[in-house]
Design a protein around this ligand. Structure first.
Ligand code: ADA
Length: 585
């Protein structure tokens, strides 16, 4: 009942240096200049021009689309899988969409604006500016050579159309959303579903669940209900078995008025004491914090890098990763669903941290709290959280929501900031454990928000930012701290970041920071400690691969904490991880 066509490829492209595009109405004509840019990709590294690499403000994309004549009578939708960080879209002279938030999709209904068989001009303005009211937050500094974007997160502020762009059809009355929550009771699987229908016509909703061979295992009618699967084949880490839920709208005719098939993994996720359970069995996370980051295309989604990264993780025996520090392209989660890779899904709320923001903010506010300046971002944060859950709720691979990375967590302001967000996340998804990623300066004594969450996610850099080149002290401090957390909370702990910056090819016999040998020693030290502490249920190294950052004294052409380089060459530690993780598996 539906058709789709990709709008990926080369688009006309123009950088708007002084913001004239919106006042002059650049959507009315072909864009000025002769530049073209690929979609999906970041634009920053495409041209040998620092002004484009570090541009602050608007850029414009434009192309002509042809609407197939056979789409007459259908609902016609334009979909952007993301635009980083904010976009507005015109079709010919009509503004059809505006969206804030760089990592979640948005759509425009073009049905009444376009003509099947006709050609139309699509123009998109993408604004990369970060402010105190954006997620992630940042600010623009005026310098003698122009504006400069500043921010508190440690990855380059890549921008553009990073993901796929689509044109697709649905019938006029159509299935607009499906929510599926699953659980196991013994050998039986329960699939609770909710189907939302938009449009004028009256239809019956029918649902059939089929196994991987296409055989029907359960059916139901009605827009809300539960399906029971006897002798269920659960979705398991490392396997990723998927059923398919076929939802149909049935009228009087022979054919369904609309149909949609959704892959469904039947599994249970739960926290019991300090155990993390998948299908009732304790699960131990091994793997990485990652980034969507590669040479030239920046944050542009790329199937080749995606498949290669998953193949390297498989080679190491890793079973999981965190979508640090924003929701990744949907193709990544779909792949994880099919292959049984376990995912911690994270919002783009990175950098809500007093210490990092203090330089500018202390000058403005006498008593500084990240949430003094960021209280206005709470609504934007809520929106980003809701859009992530709406997009990713049906992925069996996603087992934890991470609501923020390293926010301020030791002040009453942080408590009142997070309480409503936690309530909202639990309302939107009552099934998945919730967490936030805890910053190095938070301790069991000063932290005031961990009690709101189900799992403790800790980022710790003993042996690097603390106890550099003193791994004896690092080991003692790490163990003391982890034991203190276990005394304070009876919750599972996942170390979501640990590691050391490392330059491929730098080797020494004596332990020296930045060498491959030192990275391997740091990781081995952490692993000794994890193996002594029962509540530690996971290890995710920072980072899978080296990645681009803004320049900084601690950054040598980016962050070098990767176990792989940016072009995916292994550092020495890869073989040590491979031995540990494959043995564990
Ligand atoms: C933080 C942050 C990461 C990372 C790391 C580092 O912990 O969560 O984004 O870049 O610092 O390497 O310093």
């Amino acid at each position: 009942t539906r058709e789709s066509t990709s709008l990926n490829g080369l688009w006309r492209f123009a950088v708007d240096t002084d913001g004239v595009g919106r006042t002059d109405g650049w959507w009315r004509h072909p864009l000025p200049g002769r530049r073209e840019a690929p979609v999906p990709a970041s634009y920053n590294d495409l041209f040998p021009d620092p002004a484009i690499h570090d541009h602050v403000g608007d850029v414009w994309y434009q192309r002509v689309i042809r609407i197939p004549g056979r789409w007459e009578g259908q609902r016609i939708v334009l979909r952007f899988d993301s635009a980083t960080h904010r976009a507005a879209v015109w079709v010919d002279d009509n503004e059809v969409a505006a969206h804030e938030g760089g990592y979640t999709p948005f759509e425009a209904d073009l049905t009444d604006l376009v003509e099947p068989g006709g050609e139309h001009r699509v123009t998109v303005v993408v604004d990369n500016t970060l402010s105190w009211q954006s997620i992630p937050p940042g600010y623009v500094e005026q310098t003698p050579v122009g504006p400069r974007q500043r921010y508190f997160h440690d990855f380059f502020n890549y921008a553009g159309l990073h993901r796929n762009v689509w044109l697709y059809t649905t019938p006029r009355t159509y299935i607009s959303d499906i929510t599926v929550f699953t659980r196991l009771t013994g050998p039986t699987g329960i699939v609770d579903y909710q189907i939302q229908v938009d449009g004028q016509e009256e239809h019956d909703v029918r649902v059939v669940l089929r196994d991987a061979d296409g055989a029907e295992v359960a059916r139901a009618t009605g827009s809300t209900g539960g399906l029971t699967v006897e002798d269920v084949h659960p979705w398991r880490p490392g396997e990723g078995y998927l059923y398919r839920l076929h939802a149909e709208l049935r009228g009087t005719g022979e054919e369904p008025a609309d149909a949609y098939a959704l892959p469904v993994g039947v599994r249970t996720v739960a926290v019991e004491g300090n155990r993390f359970l998948i299908n009732g069995e304790p699960f131990y996370f091994t793997g990485f914090g990652k980034h969507e980051d590669s040479p030239v295309r920046g944050k542009g989604h790329d199937d080749a890098f995606m498949v290669h990264d998953f193949a390297l993780m498989e080679w190491l025996g890793a079973n999981s990763f965190r979508t640090s520090h924003y929701p990744y392209a949907e193709e990544v989660l779909e792949y994880a669903d099919r292959h049984g890779i376990v995912v911690i899904g994270e919002t783009p709320a990175v950098g809500l941290n007093a210490e990092l923001g203090a330089t500018l903010a202390e000058a403005v506010f006498t008593t500084f709290s990240a949430f003094t300046i960021n209280s206005a971002t709470q609504e934007v944060h809520r929106q980003a959280l809701a859009e992530m859950i709406a997009r990713d709720k049906n992925h069996p691979s996603v087992v934890i929501w991470s609501i923020a990375n390293e926010p301020e967590s030791t002040t009453t302001a942080s408590r009142s900031y997070f309480e409503p967000l936690v309530d909202e996340a639990r309302r939107l998804d009552p099934t998945r454990p919730l967490a936030f990623v805890n910053f190095m300066s938070a301790t069991p004594d000063n932290d005031v928000i961990s009690g709101l969450f189900d799992v403790l996610l800790l980022n710790r850099y003993y042996g690097w930012y603390k106890n550099l080149a003193d791994l004896g002290a690092a080991e003692r401090n790490l163990e003391d701290e982890l034991r203190a957390w276990t005394r304070k909370h009876d919750k599972p702990i996942i170390m979501t970041e640990y590691g050391a910056d490392t330059l491929l090819g730098l080797r020494t016999i004596t332990p020296t920071p930045w060498t491959e040998d030192y990275q391997a020693d740091v990781l081995a030290m952490y692993h000794r400690v994890f193996d002594r502490i029962d509540a530690v249920v996971g290890e995710q190294i920072w980072n899978f691969a080296d990645f681009a950052t803004a320049p900084g004294l601690l950054r040598v052409d980016g962050n070098k904490k990767g176990v792989f380089t940016r072009d995916r060459r292994p550092k020495t530690s890869a073989w040590q991880l491979r031995e540990r993780w494959r043995a564990r598996r």
